[in-house]
Design a protein around this ligand. Structure first.
Ligand SMILES: [Zn+2]
Ligand SMILES: [Zn+2]
Length: 166
């Protein structure tokens, strides 16, 4: 996704950018919608340009518990700082994006892909109630039952019965 210096200079407010995910670098992100939507506002600031807004994308994650693919709707705040001053970029590290004066546009595709990767939660579950995989036979317990589970259940009820008798 490219931003023109001229449009940054004239500033824009809550402008909608539809970005084709095929234009993003391949980082192994699964998209369930081909487009991601960014609503961005640009301002001219002392160090260069500030671009802020939100990014919305429909992603596909693998559940950490049952390993199934599921849709995840990402809605993420964005804040990008573009500067032509290399010394600022070096000081601030990855928070600043270098945008040299001689360039008339900047491609922020890599930065967007990084933000999407970083937004993945530490633990992603298809649902809070996900039953996961059977520890014994590996079957997906959200979709099927196996013989291993009733064996555990029988013991459970057995213990309850004992309690009642006491
Ligand atoms: Zn799951
Ligand atoms: Zn099983």
């Amino acid at each position: 996704m490219k931003l023109l210096r001229s449009e940054l200079e004239s500033e824009f407010k809550e402008k909608l950018f539809d970005i084709n995910t095929s234009n993003l670098p391949d980082r192994g992100i699964g998209f369930s919608d081909q487009y991601i939507a960014c609503t961005l506002t640009s301002s001219v600031v002392q160090f260069g340009f500030q671009v802020s807004g939100r990014l919305k994308a429909a992603l596909q994650y693998d559940c950490d518990r049952c390993l199934d693919c599921f849709d995840y709707h990402l809605d993420l705040p964005i804040e990008l700082c573009l500067t032509a001053r290399k010394e600022l970029k070096d000081n601030q590290g990855s928070e600043m994006i270098l945008f040299p004066y001689e360039d008339d546009c900047i491609d922020i595709s890599c930065d967007l892909a990084d933000l999407i990767i970083l937004a993945r939660p530490m633990k992603s579950l298809c649902s809070d109630q996900c039953k996961g995989l059977c520890n014994f036979c590996g079957i997906n317990l959200n979709r099927a039952f196996c013989d291993c589970v009733p064996a555990v259940d029988t013991d459970h009820w057995g213990a309850l019965k004992k309690l009642k008798l006491d």
